[in-house]
Design a protein around this ligand. Structure first.
Ligand SMILES: [Zn+2]
Length: 248
């Protein structure tokens, strides 16, 4: 059964800032493909070296329709549509990632493991509730509203900026360990996913040691579909999406 959803979702203004509109709104691409992520020449400090400094080439990001839907931060409302289908464990996901997701699950299970989707597509309203609940829990610890929102946003995306609202993100856990903690990474299922998910076009979106770049805590369960080409590049470069898209 398929669901057609037309949602108003926030679109990635940061991407426009970073990549000069290379991806445009929706899935339209700038014909020139100018990414605007040229690496500036670094200026040597306290150095007498007068030789020209060769810039380290920064590979251009591969245009991907999936990245055009990437919510990062500070995003605008715009029309956004997603076609949904029931994926593993009855969770709705975008039809764009369904085939690769189900193949990944099949291969993971064939390896004797037990993956489980515990969160897929979310509506704006659902995300609003999640965020509000988190904010209140933080406020109960004695924080004011503004500060509580800042803290909450590190683990629950602000409504309109959650990748789950694109239908391209899934939280995958070991069915024998249904807890969203860093201990997930120790589970055999998660180890398999961490090693193999890129082959299916998925990346662990908020990896260990990248929180300062992503603004989100380490989440060894949140996988984001970016397509196989981009996932392979991210895997080979050891980058998170923020690094890949430029600016870091
Ligand atoms: Zn998630």
């Amino acid at each position: 059964m398929r669901y057609a959803v037309k949602k108003s979702i926030l679109l990635p203004v940061l991407i426009f800032a970073l990549i000069g509109g290379a991806y445009g709104v929706g899935i339209h691409f700038n014909a020139k493909g100018n990414s605007g992520v040229d690496t500036p020449l670094s200026t040597p400090q306290n150095s007498m070296v007068s030789e020209p400094i060769m810039p380290v080439p920064t590979p251009e990001p591969t245009p991907s329709p999936y990245l055009a839907k990437l919510p990062l931060v500070n995003v605008f409302a715009d029309d956004y549509s997603v076609e949904l289908v029931k994926g593993p464990n009855q969770h709705l996901v975008s039809t764009e990632c369904y085939d690769d997701l189900t193949q990944m699950f099949e291969d993971c299970r064939n390896a004797g493991l037990n993956p489980m989707v515990c969160s897929g597509y979310r509506t704006q309203e659902f995300q609003e509730n999640l965020f509000e609940n988190k904010v209140r829990r933080v406020m109960n610890e004695g924080y004011g509203r503004a500060e509580a929102e800042e803290i909450a946003a590190m683990s629950v995306a602000r409504p309109g900026t959650s990748e789950h609202q694109t239908g391209l993100a899934v939280d995958i856990i070991d069915a024998d360990f249904k807890v969203l903690t860093e201990e997930q990474e120790q589970r055999p299922t998660q180890k398999w996913l961490l090693e193999n998910s890129w082959k299916y076009g998925f990346v662990l979106r908020y990896p260990s040691g990248k929180s300062e770049l992503t603004g989100v805590i380490y989440e060894p369960w949140h996988y984001r579909y970016v397509g196989k080409e981009v996932a392979k590049e991210l895997h080979e470069r050891g980058q998170c999406l923020e690094e890949y898209l430029g600016g870091y």
